[in-house]
Ligand binder design. Structure first.
Ligand code: PMP
Length: 471
């Protein structure tokens, strides 16, 4: 289907964040135009979901009618919208059960505690809470998110970890530089690297995360990545956790071959099974560790952070200065207030882990019980995603299943959305990504936003859709 055959751009992450999914050929909501008419008559970027901008809405801004698109830069040309714009409408259908989300459960967002924090911060700080602040962030928040309070100087506060990815891409990558990524990989990271003109080297992974032997083979074949991107804990979309042995191997490869490890860890605090593992940043100075308040507190606060070695700090801070001067002072102080409240925080995280753990187990059990061998399941040890595979014997890809699934009233994101197009890869890959077919059989299922009954019903619909699709 066109959605999945297209090259993906920054804007495509709308699928991921808003949890939408759909397909252009099936009956359903009309493709929205993205136009927003505003009181001033000029229009402005239309907000269609969490953090999503459809783009400028004045006549001709998107298309060639005005003949002005030649004024766009390469980034401006390539970051165009796509058919994914229509997907949100699919999940808005009242009868749709969406496993396509990449968002926390609304009922677990700490509305009351954040409200108290806003009041307290404004009362205690007054105008300072609403003033410009330092580009690298508020000192108290930096100390709170650092590995130890005395290491706050190593932290730069960012506007979500998406901005950390963008800033790192800006300061590390020139057009044509190679970034190795686990395949499949978080779409927002791929978008940030693509926007910097990088070539993406996909390296297949499995339930133990990125296969570092394959990475080593690609390096031996001549691949020269400047950076390797991994989500070591409960990855998006695979749910996989990078094993301790592979972490050590990756750290050693980074030191030997001089590449930066971008360790993106939004989900680490959401572990509901198994013992914690040492972060890559504890194993090697070549790792840059990214965190965020999005999955543990609230994504709308837009507060993330990067733990950076000294040589990267100055460049990242200068790049950030040019982008947004600094992350919202009020939001930073609110996050600091909540993070400093250990009693609340521990309770809140325990609750998230308990609810997400229950939901993950319920989804896995429903796939096994109701799936009748149609699905393979790698149970995640935390996070928000379970990656199911369609049994190879079905001869069915997730893309081919999607229309029937939407008709049956269940949405998911097909694995192909997270794959790197082989045409994007550099010449030397050493066969690092030989499991593309496996990726195309995968379904990213978010268990965070449906309760156990909803998840079981969603699986029943998926089973019916599989039968119709192979029928
Ligand atoms: N990295 C990964 C792996 C993610 O899944 C997400 C959100 N979906 C982000 C980064 C961005 O998160 P935020 O900008 O909200 O911190």
């Amino acid at each position: 289907m066109a959605l999945l055959g297209e090259r993906r751009h920054a804007d495509d992450e709308r699928t991921d964040e808003a949890g939408a999914s759909g397909h252009p050929g099936a009956p359903g909501p009309r493709v929205p135009t993205g136009r927003a008419t505003t009181a001033d008559g000029l229009g402005r970027a239309a907000r269609i979901g969490p953090g999503e901008q459809v783009g400028p809405s004045w006549p001709g801004a998107q298309g060639g009618a005005s003949g002005l698109t030649e004024l766009l830069s390469r980034t401006g040309r390539e970051a165009t919208s796509s058919v994914i714009r229509d997907l949100l409408d699919w999940t808005r259908r009242p009868d749709m059960l969406s496993l396509a989300g990449g968002i926390p459960a609304a009922e677990l967002l700490p509305v009351e505690r954040v409200g108290q924090a806003v009041e307290r911060v404004l009362a205690d700080r007054g105008p300072a809470a609403l003033q410009y602040g330092p580009t690298d962030g508020e000192a108290e928040l930096r100390a709170l998110v650092a590995p130890t309070p005395d290491r706050g100087d190593e932290v730069v506060i960012t506007t979500g970890s998406q901005q950390s990815l963008d800033l790192l891409a800006r300061v590390l990558l020139d057009p044509g530089d190679v970034v190795a990524v686990e395949s499949p990989s978080y779409l927002g990271a791929l978008s940030a690297f693509r926007a910097a003109g990088a070539r993406l080297l996909p390296v297949a992974g499995d339930v133990g995360g990125l296969d570092t032997d394959r990475l080593e083979a690609a390096l031996a074949a001549g691949a020269r990545p400047k950076a390797v991107y991994v989500v070591p804990e409960f990855a998006n979309p695979t749910g996989a956790t990078l094993t301790a042995a592979r972490r050590r191997h990756l750290a050693a490869l980074a030191e030997r071959h001089r590449f930066v490890i971008i360790e993106d860890d939004p989900y680490g605090a959401l572990r509901f099974a198994g013992p914690p593992l040492a972060p890559l940043a504890d194993l090697t100075p070549m790792a840059v560790r990214l965190g965020t308040a999005s999955k543990t507190l609230a994504p709308g606060l837009r507060v993330g952070w990067a733990l950076l070695p000294e040589w990267l700090r100055g460049p990242v801070v200068r790049a950030k200065q040019a982008v947004d001067l600094h992350t919202s002072t009020l939001d930073q102080l609110v996050v600091a207030d909540v993070l400093a409240d250990a009693v609340f925080l521990n309770d809140h995280l325990d609750r998230l882990r308990a609810v997400y753990g229950r939901r993950a187990r319920a989804l896995g059990a429903a796939l096994a019980r109701l799936g009748g061998g149609r699905f393979t399941v790698d149970p995640p040890a935390g996070g928000m995603f379970l990656c199911a595979g369609l049994a190879p014997a079905l001869g069915l890809t997730a893309d081919a299943l999607l229309p029937a699934a939407l008709d049956a009233g269940v949405a998911f994101v097909p694995g192909s959305a997270f794959l790197v197009d082989p045409a994007e890869a550099p010449a030397a890959t050493g066969g690092a990504d030989t499991d593309r077919c496996d990726g195309e059989r995968r379904l990213r299922l978010c268990f965070a936003t449906l309760d156990e009954d909803g998840l079981a019903e969603a699986v029943e619909r998926l089973v019916a859709a599989v039968d119709r699709a192979v029928g």
